[in-house]
Design a protein around this ligand. Sequence first.
Ligand SMILES: Nc1ncnc2c1ncn2[C@@H]1O[C@H](COP(=O)(O)OP(=O)(O)OP(=O)(O)O)[C@@H](O)[C@H]1O
Length: 605
Amino acid sequence: MTDQAVAAQAEPEEIVTDIEQAPRRLQPLRRLLPFLLRYPVRLALTVLFLLVSATSSLAIPAVMGGAIDEGFLAQNLENVGRYGWLIIGISAIMAVASGARFYFISVIGERVVADLRQAVFSHLLTLETRYFDTHRVGELTSRLNGDVTVIRGAVGSSFSLALRSLVTIAGALVMMILTSPVLTLAVVIALPAILIPVFIYARRLRGMSRRTQDALADLSAMATEMLGANRTVKAFTQEGEQAAHYETRSEASYRAEVRRLGARAVLVGMVIFLGTAALVGLVWWGARAVFDGSVTAGQLAQFLVYALMASGALTNISEVLGTLQTVSGATERLTEILDTRAGIADPSRPVPLPEPPLGTVAFENVGFAYGGAGAEPVLSALDFTVGKGQTVALVGPSGSGKSTTLSLLQRLYDVTSGTIRVDGIDIRDVRLDELRRRFAYVEQEPIIFSGTIAENIRFGKPGAGMDEVIAAARAALVDDFVADLPDGYETLVGERGVMLSGGQKQRLAIARAILKNAPILLLDEATSALDAQSERLVQRALEHLMAGRTTLVIAHRLATIRDADTILVLEGGRIIDQGTHDQLVAKGGRYAELAKLQFRLAEAV
Ligand SMILES: Nc1ncnc2c1ncn2[C@@H]1O[C@H](COP(=O)(O)OP(=O)(O)OP(=O)(O)O)[C@@H](O)[C@H]1O
């Protein structure tokens, strides 16, 4: 089974635990407040329109009561008309206020979500490499999408519904007491008998709805993973197997949803029956009060409407509470990211690097362990210098620490002991962006983004003009294949550059590095063999790039090795030998053995 498939199958448990651990507390919601309070005017307008719409909706039943008593029962058509106009006027105010409330709260919701999403994304980009070593990118993007969407729903509608319901309950209760204290007392006594069973059942339903959400999250996680890995799936002829997995999960999600719908149907029935029974009881009780003259028929009608409004609002609140718990979980997961401090950050008093750049590198007795001091060291007592314009090649068996050395130089991780200097300055004293501007990095498997050829090259120097991009492309021999592409530099290269060959991707990455024009070049040569023609092109592109630059190269090509000023032979994180190719070959020993094994024999002949 493929790695991806294994990972996909490991996913359900993780997702379920994640969601089950979602807090039932609502405190994390407080963290949304600063985002909301950034827009005080819109917030104030929302509250204003909310109060206006709630008050006007509460006024209608009172007017209606008046219409019944003074209009219908008094058989006074004029009064019916007058009250009718009043109701139309109030409805107009209510309509405008409700529309405005909906608009402002939705805009705030969208605004908060956009702010939150941007804050989380830009914060994630500042976190150090170690964070990404221990967090799955799929999980992070799902937080960015899923959790943010959950919050959008809540801020836009649930908050508004909760506020409106609270105001309605309070207002309706006041109006009920004003209309008839005796009837209000009867309702307050009878209410728990109806609400308690409904609440208990609704809570069970919420648990079920969380399980269906889990099942859905699980389904979409699997689909994303498998579609992304479609080449691997095909290579291992896993289509049938994975489709069957998907079907099993999809069926589970369907069954969970059906169970939830059944339970919901029971709840709806329960609400209808208990509600109607309560209404009949209230009407009967009210009729008695009308007959003995303690309330008028209009007051009774008005009272019934208030009671219905209050109970509707109560039901809304119980639903909103459920939603807010989910939102609280989402908010907590996002604020967790925002609270993570970058382990590698700018120094408080940065030292500027010399201008113009010297282009020198020095490792002084550097030790490093991925797990921090005390853990198994990956590099020990690493000591070497690279002078301006020199090329130093790192060679050594797999796992000897070559890539780690380049990571440390870019300060993707901090050394555990010793010092690294660029142009004589300890890199921990330099601003991160200033330091990293001094390097151009060409990775072993270059990362190509899904935009156009020009955008990919321009990644080396944002804002570079088209003439600069083309000059870099010429130097990296990219322009010869671009000429054959339908849209030239504007051709889209597909996700991860799938539409380009291995050699073309490498040349594109070299063009990007040429455009960056940094004084120090970090090069991780590709191990995968290209055909002779591509290889020659990449080699020529590299020569253009290396010209006049200080270069640290993880070398796999004999040509690179031969031209290097110094070769550092690494083994087990230590430099076991150094010198030029000829010196080291003459010495015999480990380097000669390694050279035979590691460098392409074809090149040696
Ligand atoms: N992010 C990481 N977290 C923990 N350990 C790591 C990490 N990256 C590398 N290692 C470990 O550090 C050691 C050195 O790895 P490094 O990638 O520097 O070797 P390398 O010489 O570049 O190997 P290769 O030629 O195979 O790329 C290895 O034992 C590796 O398992």
